[in-house]
Design a protein around this ligand. Structure first.
Ligand SMILES: [Zn+2]
Length: 65
């Protein structure tokens, strides 16, 4: 969801604020460590929104959000 001043962490399910969109937050960097590898194509905000919409709707339907 994009309702804060800062963009959200790029990791699905994490809404911690970050200074740049398309980057993981410090907590995710610590949690996932070497599993987060730099490189690849950066996702646009639209791609992130598209990726997360179905999951978010499912969470809301099931009462997790
Ligand atoms: Zn995060």
């Amino acid at each position: 969801m994009r309702d804060t001043l800062f963009p959200s962490c790029v990791i699905p399910g994490c809404s911690n604020p970050v200074s740049r969109s398309n980057e993981p937050c410090g907590q995710c960097k610590t949690a996932f460590g070497e599993y987060l590898r730099p490189g690849g194509e950066e996702l646009t905000d639209e791609q992130i929104e598209e990726r997360d919409t179905a999951v978010r709707q499912t969470y809301e339907r099931r009462g997790f959000a």
